[in-house]
Design a protein around this ligand. Structure first.
Ligand SMILES: *Cc1c(COP(=O)(O)O)cnc(C)c1O
Length: 383
């Protein structure tokens, strides 16, 4: 994904950039590209409102603003995700509460979430990890029962599908997307927040543009930053969006071939290697779970065979990140005085020993799949 051959950037994106540059208007406040991108993504997702912004993290910050926690309120989320999911919670003076995950796919375990809902809980942020659909229908029911906002972080899950056939993002009050370099489609950096709720959309749009309602003059209604997407980003993103169905379709085809190729392995039949479940998966990465703790050894074996594989995804799950217990703003730890995230044993096991990811790509061929399958089949097991 760091090379042109691993991306889908080409003549269409070049033409889009030239169109914007020749127009002389690079700002989305007065240009047409970001507004068009919002319309197109909104239509694709069947979402009433889409707000383009400068990154996936910015989109998540908008989603936390939409949930409107009071300082010190709690937002329940997963410890296995990009820090962009969690940083906005801290930025809004809220407290991230980490729920444990399903050991089969690393996605939030709704039962673990339910146990953590308390009087200060305001929102649940679910992540569709690696493109595998999280159990958001159950999380939405839980959110509705307790009057919480459900946010779906779909940064790794462009066109992932829920069991009811809708795209991941449809179950939440707000869904967020990322256009960062490594995602299914990219404009370098960029993001979108989706919602059907007019009031949440208004809050998010104001926060992305300094609290400034441009239709109303030059007054500032609320706290806001500058999270605007530029026309250059938006024009590239629009060209990428056209390619998205092909990108996801291709990843699904080759990932399906790998699942088929691995299904018959003795180690898979014996449950020593657990395969990902294809339904709805968008295959940002191809994960394997080794319940016996062999993920680092298999990752080393695959790397030696030239397969881009890594164990753990993170150095440590976010509930174990070094930042807890350190000052958050200046010398202050508010609102995290004496705060230590609770253990999340399943997440910790996944990251330290049972989870492995193989980089995936829309340009993989059946030869790549065969090479990966052969490398996995050749793993001798722990000495
Ligand atoms: C990439 C990513 C983000 C952050 O997106 P940026 O565009 O890099 O800010 C947040 N959450 C998840 C799950 C991601 O993969």
């Amino acid at each position: 994904m760091a090379e042109p051959a691993g991306r889908t950037l080409g003549d269409e994106e070049t033409a889009a950039l030239e169109r914007v540059i020749r127009s002389g208007m690079l700002s989305s406040v007065w240009g047409t590209e970001a507004r068009a991108l919002e319309r197109e993504v909104g239509e694709m997702y069947g979402s009433r409102f889409a707000i383009a912004c400068s990154s996936g993290t910015a989109a998540l910050h908008l989603s936390v603003v939409a949930a409107a926690p009071d300082p010190g309120d709690e937002i329940i989320t997963t410890p296995i995700t990009d820090f962009g999911t969690v940083a906005p919670i801290l930025a809004q003076n809220a407290v991230p509460v980490f729920a444990d995950v399903d050991p089969r796919d690393g996605n939030l375990d709704p039962d673990a979430v339910a146990e953590l809902v308390g009087p200060r809980t305001r929102a649940i942020m679910a992540v569709h990890l690696f493109g595998s659909p999280a159990r958001v229908a159950e999380l939405r029911a839980l959110a509705d029962e307790h009057g919480l906002t459900l946010i779906e972080d779909c940064a790794q899950a462009w066109l992932s599908e829920l069991p009811d056939g809708r795209y991941a993002g449809a179950a939440g009050h707000v869904a967020t997307l990322s256009l960062q370099q490594w995602k299914h489609i990219t404009c370098g950096d960029g993001g979108l927040a989706l919602t059907d709720d007019e009031e949440l959309a208004r809050r998010m749009r104001l926060f992305a543009d300094k609290g400034w309602d441009r239709a109303a003059g030059r007054s500032h209604e609320s706290l806001g930053l500058n999270y605007r997407m530029t026309e250059l980003q938006a024009a590239v993103a629009r060209a990428q969006l056209v390619k998205l169905p092909g990108v996801v379709g291709s990843r699904r085809r080759t990932a399906g071939l790998l699942v088929e190729a691995l299904r018959g392995l003795e180690s898979v039949r014996a449950g020593e290697i657990v395969l990902p479940r294809p339904p709805g998966h968008a295959w940002w990465l191809f994960p394997l779970v080794l319940p016996g703790g062999d993920a680092p050894a298999l990752a080393a074996h695959l790397s030696a065979a030239g397969v881009p594989a890594r164990a753990g995804y993170l150095q440590e799950p976010l509930n174990r990140a070094p930042l807890w217990g350190r000052p958050v703003y200046g010398a202050s730890q508010y609102p995290l005085e004496d705060y230590r995230p609770a253990p999340c044993p399943e997440a910790e096991r996944l990251v330290s020993s049972t989870l492995l990811t193989i980089d995936w790509n829309e340009h993989y061929t059946s030869e790549h799949v065969t090479a990966i399958a052969d490398a996995v089949a050749g793993y001798p097991g722990r000495p």
